[in-house]
Design a protein around this ligand. Structure first.
Ligand SMILES: *Cc1c(COP(=O)(O)O)cnc(C)c1O
Length: 756
């Protein structure tokens, strides 16, 4: 039998007393334990909302309602008020857990209806035997626990404990193979038996099939579709990278014109290459911090997209009026948390582009809180487009509780066009292993079930609240420092003093200084508060370099040595997010680590003290002070005008000289040349060139190097030589050591004799 620990929680101030009330409640506790259930007895609620968190660990609550002081009239009774508050806290998160009241002197007539309604029963001790009462409560607790697991997870647990001998793969046979070797034993003990027992292959019929969506897998996908307000949900076990490719392979054929956010994830660019599509890019704005903003609403106007088609170098001689792009893909939630009003986009493009794809890798939580309004792809009760099928691809592992690679494709049928599931599955099969990992499927299932309201709503609300508490705490520190420097969190000036405030506080309004994205259309964009971009000193509002500065890469390296690892680092900003896994402890640790940084910076602490691990790898910095290091990198950035350069390269009018798939084909045909950085201008890349930061592809296969991009690469090369350990990584660059022992950088390009 699988054993779970979900005690029945008793809260009674007499739990440890010698009086009759104490005897009674302990008799009940004993009777429950004799039936094999754990009991956790406490004497007070303590901090109400903290204690209510027990709801996720308990199987039932028994709350005592007898109290010394007795006041007439239930509304005024402090015991009743306390009880109500506690039950409200529980029900805010958990609609189903059984709650019992336990009393001697009081009866239900003392309890207001709104409380009674939430109860599973009222226990009068001494009227029944403790054994009888215990069995009744246990029955409800068991039935509650039985209802927790969603279909696939339940079937998998049943299968894993079933103990049948398997002859099918995986070859480790439920983990047994590991036991035959010492290091295998270690692996087994580390991951535990259940993980290995549950690692089964798709020959197990009772679990259903991911590949053709049958049995418990299908039930779970259906359940998730309902929870996420979609008509269809397909679990994906290889990340949203794969979900995106599935959507594209289902909707795009060679030579098709597609409309794509230039600030998109590599998997979308891979999709362009893979399908042989001709991309028309929509260009996002950028601000002086180098933060990528929204694509202006006007860019979505069909007339403006047509203009781009008419000017497109690969569509010469094509009548732009007759082109119907196959798909629109946008990054719905940029890294920094910028969101689009999806209803506006649907309204603008429905009837022209038949597939609207929102890459919501960072936004699976939005469906569960009204805070996000229309700023996510699929919401409850929203109108369907007439013609356009809507796709949302989400990484459940990024912000929800999926394990790595857990993702799903959500589809909303249009009024006229339902998704043909069978045809979609052809693309699904092309990108799914025939041996999917069942733990990932189970986590897709559980991550969805966790988000079922009210629990899911409460989780998202908590994330937002923690994120705002963090912002408030950062401002408080700033205020205390007065004129002295401190980090800023990027976001609207206005910040509510408590709780989560209104969503409209987060809508980007035209020409506001804080975002710097210029004249944005009304209500088109909002910032997701749970994404926090922290700005380090170094640049003023106009994007000019300040006299002194603190490059973010030093701060994040420092933080890493203090046990705080951030999600992404820019030039003068870095990024953290408040997932549903975040806790007060975590962000408070971040805050104190930043304080320590400031302290060490202000003291110009030598690096061997401030960043010992870093110095071990890079001894040349040992005797430098932290502030001096910041300053010298800052000055190197300023000299190269790198902030502007980084922004401008992305807007440097990259020219598509070949279809991306044709350029890429040169790799297979070995028609490439490895070209040194100095020689790149005018050449066509076969590599996807991606600088980190910001991790957004700069040049895609088929595009030509221009002078700005070459300058950018040259600057990087020099910078990396000057500051080893702080090298900017550019994926797509090939480093080779030449005869003189020097490292040189190259990019693979289309061979010169290949006709463009
Ligand atoms: C991370 C990410 C992906 C890929 O998701 P994985 O689950 O890591 O494969 C796709 N799109 C965007 C915008 C992302 O940030």
């Amino acid at each position: 039998m699988l054993r779970f620990h979900f005690p029945i929680v008793i809260i009674d101030e007499d739990f440890r007393s010698d009086n009759s009330s104490g005897l009674g409640i302990r008799a009940l506790a004993d009777a429950i334990q004799k039936e094999g259930f754990e009991v956790l007895g406490v004497t007070s609620y303590g901090d109400l909302s903290q204690f209510a968190q027990q709801q996720s660990r308990a199987s039932a609550f028994i709350l005592s309602i007898d109290d010394e002081e007795f006041t007439p009239g239930p509304e005024l009774d402090p015991a009743v008020l306390n009880l109500r508050k506690f039950i409200e806290e529980i029900r805010f998160k958990n609609a189903d857990i059984p709650i019992y009241l336990y009393g001697e002197t009081r009866t239900s007539e003392h309890i207001p209806n709104d409380i009674l309604r939430e109860l599973h029963g009222f226990i009068h001790m001494f009227e029944d035997t403790p054994e009888f009462v215990a069995r009744h409560i246990i029955r409800e607790a068991k039935s509650y626990l039985d209802g927790l697991a969603p279909p696939f997870f339940k079937a998998l647990m049943d299968y894993a404990q079933d103990g049948s001998y398997s002859w099918h793969c995986p070859g480790h046979s439920g983990g047994v193979a590991f036991l035959k070797s010492p290091v295998g034993q270690m692996f087994h003990q580390f991951f535990g038996e259940n993980m290995l027992r549950a690692d089964v292959c798709n020959a197990v019929e009772e679990l259903g099939q991911l590949l053709d969506h049958t049995g418990p897998v299908a039930e779970s996908e259906k359940n998730a579709a309902r929870i996420f307000n979609a008509d269809h949900c397909f679990f994906v076990t290889n990340g949203t990278s794969t979900s995106n490719k599935m959507v594209w392979h289902h909707t795009v054929a060679p030579g098709d014109v597609v409309v794509v956010d230039r600030n998109c994830h590599k998997s979308i660019l891979h999709s362009i290459i893979m399908t042989g599509a001709i991309p028309v890019f929509l260009t996002p704005t950028r601000n002086h911090f180098g933060i990528i903003g929204p694509i202006p609403q006007s860019e979505f106007e069909p007339a403006n997209i047509r203009k781009k088609i008419a000017r497109h170098p690969l569509l010469k001689g094509v009548d732009a009026k007759k082109v119907k792009p196959r798909i629109l893909t946008i990054t719905q939630s940029t890294y920094d948390g910028v969101l689009y009003n999806t209803e506006t986009i649907k309204g603008m493009l429905d009837g022209w582009i038949d597939n609207l794809h929102f890459d919501e890798a960072w936004l699976p939580h939005a469906a569960f809180h009204k805070f996000y309004g229309m700023y996510h792809a699929m919401g409850k009760g929203r109108a369907r487009p007439k013609q356009a099928v809507v796709y949302a691809t989400q990484s459940t592992h990024k912000l929800l509780a999926g394990i790595s690679q857990a993702s799903h494709v959500l589809v909303q049928d249009s009024q006229n066009v339902p998704l043909d599931r069978h045809l979609f599955n052809e693309a699904y099969l092309m990108h799914t292993s025939t041996s999917p990992q069942y733990a990932i499927i189970a986590s897709c299932d559980v991550a969805a079930a966790m988000m079922e309201p009210p629990g899911g709503t409460a989780l998202v609300e908590e994330s937002i609240k923690e994120a705002l508490d963090f912002r408030r705490a950062m401002r408080k520190v700033d205020k205390e420092y007065g004129k002295d420097w401190w980090f800023k969190v990027w976001g609207p000036e206005k910040l509510v003093t408590e709780d989560i405030g209104k969503p409209t506080d987060w809508v980007l309004k035209a020409n506001e200084k804080w975002h710097g994205f210029g004249n944005l259309a009304d209500g088109f964009n909002m910032l997701d508060p749970i994404k926090s971009t922290i700005i380090t000193p170094g640049m003023d509002v106009s994007g000019k370099f300040a006299k002194t500065g603190i490059p973010a890469s030093i701060v994040t390296k420092y933080l890493a040595e203090h046990g705080v690892v951030v999600e992404k680092t820019g030039l003068y900003s870095f990024f953290i997010m408040f997932t549903i896994g975040i806790t007060k402890g975590r962000w408070n640790t971040m805050l104190t680590a930043l304080q320590q940084f400031k302290d060490d910076y202000d003291k110009n602490q030598p690096l061997w003290r401030a960043m010992p691990e870093f110095c071990q790898k890079n001894p040349r910095y040992e005797r430098m002070g932290l502030r001096d290091l910041c300053q010298s990198i800052h000055e190197a950035y300023a000299k190269g005008d790198i902030a502007r350069l980084t922004t401008e390269v992305y807007l440097s009018g990259q020219e598509l000289a070949m279809k991306p798939s044709d350029a890429y084909a040169c790799i297979a045909r070995r028609q490439t040349e490895r070209v040194e950085v100095d020689q790149l201008e005018g050449r066509i890349t076969t590599a996807l060139l991606t600088p980190y930061p910001p991790g957004i592809p700069l040049l895609i296969p088929g595009e030509r190097f221009n002078k700005k991009i070459v300058d950018f690469l040259k600057f990087n090369e020099q910078f990396n030589l000057a500051f080893p350990g702080f090298a900017t990584d550019v994926h797509g660059l090939v480093a080779e050591e030449s005869a003189d022992g020097k490292k040189r950088y190259y990019v693979d390009c289309v061979a010169q004799d290949v006709p463009a």
